[in-house]
Design a protein around this ligand. Structure first.
Ligand code: SAH
Ligand code: SF4
Ligand code: F3S
Length: 445
């Protein structure tokens, strides 16, 4: 039977899609290879959100060229957002690619494998489906043993917000909500397969709406949160325009929801927010999070920020910096604006020079690191419950995992912890990247 190597770049949407592709390949009898050299079919699931993401993908495709030269019968499929965005130029940039499938074309995946000689009418496989690691380094030792603990469940597809900097609406198409019965049965299936944490996924989960049952995102949270056996529930990403207090009320009722929410603000200046077409002001954002803070104490609020958006002045930038310095967010992902061909911002006047973007990025990063470190320090001496991710990337003699706040925790790797999905750790050291500590006694494993 053919073997498949799958590498995933980009966000959790791509990870969820890769899981779906892997499942389809498995159902046709394919096995999985840890290295591309060993595979008959190589799939690279790609991202186009920023230039750096694209460069990584093209770098990887360049490396894979050697395999195609040595074994021309091996097939190379590029899936995901870059396949959609660069459809017209991929042939020139990476002529050794055999096929492209954008995020809205996965219905054609089985047919494509069929055209490459994989039997489409094979009996169901005798082996269990083992999810391949969905990280971008699939060969990493020991990590895939823990992959099934976390499951990603799409609740919407696409996005029609068209923020002026963003490529996603062009690569993933308009918003569609998924039938809640389908969502519920997928969550149940994932729990049966060992998932301890379920992440409900959408580019803007707050726009979820299922007309037939008049169900919005707050209702869906309550429905999914009530599923028996669900230990940890979380969701990504909220949009400040559509986020409403009913979601906070629903979260406050659930006992199994993880204490964190990702609500990307993008920047602290109203003028820039307006030109980004984000559809809220900073005052509206702060009002919404005041309600959130009041009803969900000690939650982690996380955000995304873009610096160096076209026309961003020093005063605009300082508004973002000040928002961060005030400790508004426990964690933030901070990006330098990257022009995306085809989006309105890419051709705007007033592009900020690269050096200046880097200066702003570093300043906001440094400010956020201070805030995050202080937040992590607030856990010192406490016992934190950690969902394991596997051996630490930096030091494989240790284990790494995440708390409900999504804080990284490093703890000793020993006979007891090396395969334990959940571990209680006493936090002994705090850094801006997370916590380090020892296993609590009596150990919860
Ligand atoms: N749907 C989510 C985010 C999707 S993309 C939302 O609306 O918040 C993830 C993050 O990438 C965005 O929040 C934004 O901060 C960043 N991003 C998107 N396009 C970008 C670009 N062209 N340059 C830099 N950062 C970008
Ligand atoms: Fe992109 Fe805006 Fe949609 Fe988020 S809401 S995916 S930033 S267009
Ligand atoms: Fe995700 Fe990258 Fe596409 S962030 S939606 S994989 S462009």
């Amino acid at each position: 039977m053919p073997s498949v190597y799958l590498q995933t770049f980009g966000c959790q949407m791509n990870a969820a899609d890769s899981n779906g592709l892997a499942h389809q390949a498995w159902s046709m009898g394919c096995t999985f290879a840890a290295q591309p050299d060993e595979a008959d079919i190589i799939i690279v699931n790609t991202c186009a959100i920023r230039e750096k993401a694209e460069l990584r993908v093209y770098g990887r495709l360049g490396q894979l060229k050697g395999i195609k030269e040595r074994r021309p019968q091996a097939k190379l499929l590029v899936a995901g957002c870059l396949a959609e965005k660069d459809r017209a130029v991929m042939r020139a940039k990476a002529p050794h690619v055999d096929a492209l499938l954008g995020p809205r074309e996965y219905r054609r995946f089985k047919e494509l494998l069929g055209s490459w000689g994989v039997p489409t009418d094979a009996p169901p496989p005798q082996t269990d489906f083992v999810m391949p690691s969905l990280e971008d380094d699939p060969g990493r030792d020991g990590a895939h043993e823990f992959a099934h603990l976390r499951a990603l469940v799409n609740i919407t597809r696409g996005c029609e917000k068209f923020c002026t900097y963003c490529i996603v609406p062009y690569t993933r198409g308009p918003l569609e909500s998924i039938d809640p019965d389908e969502i519920e049965s997928q969550v149940r299936r994932e729990i049966r397969c060992g998932a301890r944490e379920i992440t409900l996924l959408g580019q803007n989960v707050n726009s979820y709406y299922w007309e037939e049952q008049r169900l919005d995102f707050a209702d869906l949270l309550l429905r999914v949160g009530a599923i028996e056996g669900l230990e940890r529930l979380t969701f990504l990403t909220s949009h400040p325009k559509d986020f409403n207090p009913r979601v906070v009320d629903a979260l406050a009722q659930l006992r199994n929801v993880e204490p964190r929410m990702h609500l990307p603000v993008q920047c602290g200046s109203n003028r820039v927010l307006q030109t980004m077409a984000r559809l809220y002001t900073i005052e509206e954002y702060l009002d919404k999070i005041a309600y959130f803070r009041e009803h969900l104490p000690r939650w982690a609020l996380t955000t995304d920020l873009i610096v160096g958006y076209p026309t961003e002045s020093e005063a605009d930038f300082l508004a973002t910096l000040e928002l961060v310095q005030r400790g508004t967010f426990e964690y933030a992902f901070i990006f330098a604006y990257s022009p995306r061909t085809g989006t309105p911002a890419a051709t705007m006047d007033g592009q900020v020079p690269p050096q200046e973007k880097i200066r702003r990025l570093q300043a906001v990063n440094a400010a956020q690191n201070d805030v995050t470190r202080r937040f992590n320090e607030s856990f010192l001496g406490e016992c934190v419950r950690v969902l394991a991710q596997g051996p630490s990337k930096k030091d494989p003699s240790k284990m790494a995992g995440k708390t409900g706040h999504n804080t990284t925790v490093i703890y000793p790797r020993d006979d007891r912890t090396k395969s334990a999905p959940v571990v209680d750790v006493i936090a002994e050291q705090a850094f801006s990247w997370g916590l380090a500590g020892s296993v609590a006694e009596p150990a919860y494993v």
